[in-house]
Design a protein around this ligand. Structure first.
Ligand code: CA
Length: 240
């Protein structure tokens, strides 16, 4: 079964090129030519990835993405925009987009980003995506980005928190290196420092560890990365 990519793009020639190239890669592709038609196709077809132009007739890409996120839709979104200014990029990511590509772009880069976004969801690796995660009395909905903690509190999670948690859970018990986390959770274009990963893990521990300074679920493997265990496991010497 191939992943379904919805392309929402009003420039017909570009939409055709994207469709042809995505289909050549084996994806199932549908195309919508404005924001309203795009929203309809998005809600009806439940695609695995949306390629979303920013400047669209009827409803612009940012507004459309914000609406879907407000409705609890966590479908990965790759923004395409003629604007390449940092503030536009920030706007795109703030509206709930997962990645942002400025026009004109090279097709191989576009296809790599599509592949990277789908890999985060477990496509093409053959691993079924983890959607509901239960450990330590917590319940995490990785599609809605919400957590119900053991004490009953409800918390909203961010895109990186969900990304890291999903990756660690899909490889529960295994060591997941920092490079893998960067590649899968941040993608090819961002260069966060190691501290950025640590800060996200810090928040996850504050939420999910009984004692964040002595983690029993999200273990540090010194100098390498992290290891997740759904069952509480005491702090080994691997953890500093
Ligand atoms: Ca446009």
């Amino acid at each position: 079964m191939s992943a379904h990519v919805l392309v929402i793009e009003d420039e017909g020639a570009l939409a055709d090129v994207l469709r042809d190239n995505l289909e050549a890669e084996g994806y199932h592709v549908s195309v919508a030519g404005d924001g309203v038609a795009g929203e309809r196709a998005w809600t009806r077809a439940a695609p695995d990835l949306v390629v979303l132009d920013v400047m669209l007739p009827a409803l612009d890409g940012y507004a459309l993405c914000e609406r879907r996120r407000a409705a609890g839709d966590a479908t990965p979104v790759l923004f395409l925009s003629a604007r390449g200014e940092p503030e536009d990029r920030v706007r795109g990511l703030k509206s709930g987009g997962d990645d942002y590509l400025a026009k004109p772009f090279h097709l191989p880069e576009f296809l790599l980003r599509v592949d990277a976004l789908l890999r985060r969801r477990g496509w093409t690796t053959g691993t079924p995506p983890v959607d509901l995660l239960r450990f330590g009395g917590h319940e995490v909905d990785l599609r809605a980005w919400t957590a119900t903690l053991a004490d009953g509190r409800r918390e909203q999670l961010g895109v990186r928190e969900v990304g890291i948690l999903r990756l660690l859970a899909e490889r529960a018990g295994q060591v997941v290196g920092r490079d893998d986390i960067l590649d899968v959770v941040w993608g090819d274009d961002a260069f966060p420092s190691s501290r950025t990963i640590d800060n996200v893990v810090l928040r996850l521990r504050r939420l999910f560890e009984p004692d964040p300074s002595a983690p029993v679920h999200i273990h540090t493997v010194w100098g390498v990365g992290y290891r997740f265990t759904p069952e509480a496991e005491p702090d080994h010497e691997e953890t500093r």
